[in-house]
Design a protein around this ligand. Structure first.
Ligand SMILES: Nc1nc2c(ncn2[C@@H]2O[C@H](COP(=O)(O)OP(=O)(O)OP(=O)(O)O)[C@@H](O)[C@H]2O)c(=O)[nH]1
Ligand SMILES: [Mg+2]
Length: 664
């Protein structure tokens, strides 16, 4: 049994202590696997959560946990970031490793992508050495079938020595089996087979190292042997402090191996792992004649073509915005007209028209604005974005943008969080963790905060789109891109450090799943409705009270040197801009409140609308984004970016006012 190229199986007690739990105890289940294999899809299936899913590697950052009661057991499911290995000391590799060794989950669900078995199994082999009960989830089996790939899961199970469950996370197939089988392997720890997944030469060396190790070192023994052989300083410090004598012996084994194989020890062990993974994968999988990959390949070549790819991107972007604009404008106008036709009647019902106005603008107006202005633009936008995310197109865009982004000092990969930024800057800032160096991350975070989020787009489309014209909407977005390029390039030359070359893996192209798209969009829209409407009502009432009590003018006058004199805007926009810090769409929605009309065309000129939108677009990442910035890059840098952007927005707004007044 087992992989013949591996050394024989050794029966023994696992080092990681007792896994058996009574049904009253919570069982911790960790989802571990390469990036983009479907961990979060499975996590969402299990917990009903809405962890971000998309078709590119590196979406999940940090640990996310969710609860599930299954067959009377309380399960704590943890979704971990994707990783190719747990050996190195950096980023997600370290995060996952620390979690697995520190928290010692009761069960690992190792999610593998059936269509990349070899690479995925290399991680499986590493995980197996931890001595934690594992069930391998052979995910995306539907895609494997489409490609004509047949995987013999029984054979795989035998080769690996742990249960293997085929699944299609997206369709919910195999998920219950996964848990059922996983839970049965929990109790089997005493008889757990501890095996070595190495070629014989390496295995014999590891055996020698293992025999030297002290008992109860606190780590699984083969894993520990491998770490010491590699020379992992953190582990060495811990072990050699009590048993210094073995340091030299282990070091001799290492030197002998390196000399014999003419390579460094890390790379010897890595190749070994891949060799074993390749053997296991090739034994378990077979191609049947039918293959559907060529169509995907053709499409991929077209989308990443240097000229056509770029043309498609430009065409698609303009079409997306045009579609949003036409659709949104149609519905927004319809709803605003309807609400305006009600308004006199409503206000007339109150004896005091001022009080009627107060109730309307404070209470009704806000809700109507959200429904009429925000949702018609927002819902289709989120749906289109989710489609692009799920097809794998976004990663292709990152690829074709690579050479352009390099000129401004960013890697193509940074384009992914930037696109996400069009939805919301907060997840986009966190998404910048896919950048590998601190410097790249800081640069891309800076670029991301300049991207107009969906809330900002509501302002641009609802104001400039509705009252000034679509051409000006395009002009604003184009101008924004130019500014991002210039500012990022500037930051690139100012920030110390060297540019880093990065690699990115291409996720498969596929038809988007209706369910994923709808869920993802609903999740984003829901967040908007639940937070924006109550906030808008509170702030709206507050502003309406100020107005009712004639206090608004004091604040507006105080800000007028900036708003009126420099930016050329109506004085009341000052207070609106302040509240916009909470959420940017408030700026547009509250304009109606302070302007005392839903027809903003009567309240502002075209130039004022463009300047106002420009300031909103640039002036500050909203409070939630500032929070995310602080978390990602620290208070100092977050403050610097925020202050810079406020100053910059005011500067650009004032200049734009002067230039546009001359030409329009
Ligand atoms: N066809 C098919 N697609 C799947 C399946 N499971 C996941 N996907 C798709 O694979 C992509 C990645 O899924 P995620 O769950 O986000 O992957 P992840 O492993 O959490 O990725 P990271 O967080 O980036 O490491 C998404 O586009 C999913 O829709 C499956 O069983 N079949
Ligand atoms: Mg994930």
């Amino acid at each position: 049994m087992g992989c013949e190229s591996c050394a024989g199986a050794v029966r023994g007690k696992s080092d990681a202590s007792n896994y058996r739990k009574s049904s009253a105890e919570t069982i911790t289940v960790a989802l571990v696997g390469n990036p983009n294999v479907g961990k979060s899809v499975i996590f969402n299936q299990l917990t009903g959560a809405h962890q971000i899913i998309g078709n590119w590697p590196g979406k999940t950052v940090g640990l996310l946990s969710g609860k599930l009661i299954f067959e009377g057991h309380d399960l704590d499911i943890i979704d971990l970031p994707g990783t190719y290995s747990i050996s190195s000391d950096i980023g997600e590799e370290r995060e996952v490793r620390e979690f697995l060794l520190g928290r010692k989950p009761d069960l690992i669900i190792n999610v593998v992508d059936s269509t990349f078995l070899e690479r995925n199994l290399a991680l499986t082999i590493e995980l197996l050495m931890l001595g934690i009960p594992i069930v391998v989830c052979l995910n995306q089996i539907d895609r494997a079938e489409k490609q004509g790939l047949v995987i013999d899961s029984d054979n795989l199970e035998e080769e690996l020595g742990v249960p293997v469950v085929p699944s299609s996370g997206l369709r919910g197939i195999g998920i219950t089996d996964l848990l059922k089988i996983g839970l049965t392997s929990l109790g089997s720890d005493e008889e757990k087979i501890e095996r070595r997944y190495h070629t014989p030469r390496i295995a014999s060396q590891l055996d020698s190292v293992k025999d030297m190790l002290p008992r109860n070192a606190g780590y699984p023994s083969y894993w520990l042997a491998e770490r010491l052989l590699v020379g992992d300083t953190e582990i060495e410090d811990k072990i050699y402090s009590t048993t210094p004598a073995i340091r030299n012996q282990i070091s001799e084994i290492r030197t002998a191996l390196e000399r014999e194989m003419e390579d460094g020890i890390s790379s010897i062990l890595l190749s070994d792992r891949f060799a074993v993974a390749a053997t296991i994968a090739s034994r378990a999988s077979q191609y049947s004649g039918k293959q559907e990959v060529t169509r995907e390949e053709k499409l991929h070549n077209l989308l990443t073509h240097r000229v056509f790819g770029l043309l498609i991107l430009i065409g698609l972007s303009i079409s997306v915005f045009y579609a949003l604009f036409t659709f949104g404008d149609f519905f927004a106008t319809m709803m605003i007209d309807a609400s305006e036709s009600f308004r006199p009647d409503f206000i007339g019902r109150f004896g005091d028209p001022d009080f009627g106005e107060f109730i309307w603008s404070g209470l009704i107006g806000g809700t109507v604005s959200v429904l009429s202005i925000a949702l018609p633009y927002l819902i289709p936008f989120f749906i289109l974005l989710a489609v692009l995310e799920d097809t794998g197109y976004i990663a292709r865009v990152a690829f074709i943008m690579d050479s352009i982004l390099h000129r401004i000092g960013l890697h193509g990969k940074a384009f992914i969080p930037m696109i996400l930024g069009y939805s919301c800057n907060v997840p986009a800032c966190m998404g910048c963790r896919i950048m590998e160096t601190d410097r790249e991350r800081l640069l891309s975070i800076f670029a991301v905060t300049l991207v107009p989020c969906a809330a900002t787009s509501i302002v641009i489309l609802g104001l400039v789109g509705t009252y000034v014209g679509f051409v000006w909407v395009v002009a604003l977005y184009a101008f924004n891109l130019v500014l991002i390029a210039l500012l990022t390039r500037l930051a690139y030359s100012v920030l110390p450090g060297d540019p880093a070359g990065l690699i990115m893996e291409m996720p498969p192209l596929r038809r988007p799943s209706l369910e994923v798209v709808l869920k993802q969009s609903w999740h984003r829209v829901k967040d908007f409705i639940y937070i924006a409407i109550p906030l808008l009502i509170i702030v709206g009432l507050f502003l309406a009270s100020l107005q009712y009590l004639d206090l608004l003018d004091y604040i507006s006058d105080g800000m007028s040197p900036v708003t009126v004199t420099w930016l050329g805007l109506p004085a009341v926009t000052g207070i609106v801009l302040i509240f916009g810090i909470l959420r940017k769409e408030l700026t547009l929605l509250l304009l109606g409140t302070v302007a005392l009309t839903s027809d903003l065309g009567e309240f502002m000129t075209d130039v004022q609308m463009i300047v106002f939108s420009l300031v909103v677009m640039l002036y500050i990442p909203c409070i939630a984004t500032v929070g995310a910035l602080v978390k990602e890059i620290g208070v100092k840098r977050a403050t610097a970016i925020t202050l810079f952007e406020i100053g910059f927005a005011v500067l650009v707004g004032g200049v734009a006012f002067r230039v546009l007044s001359g030409v329009m």
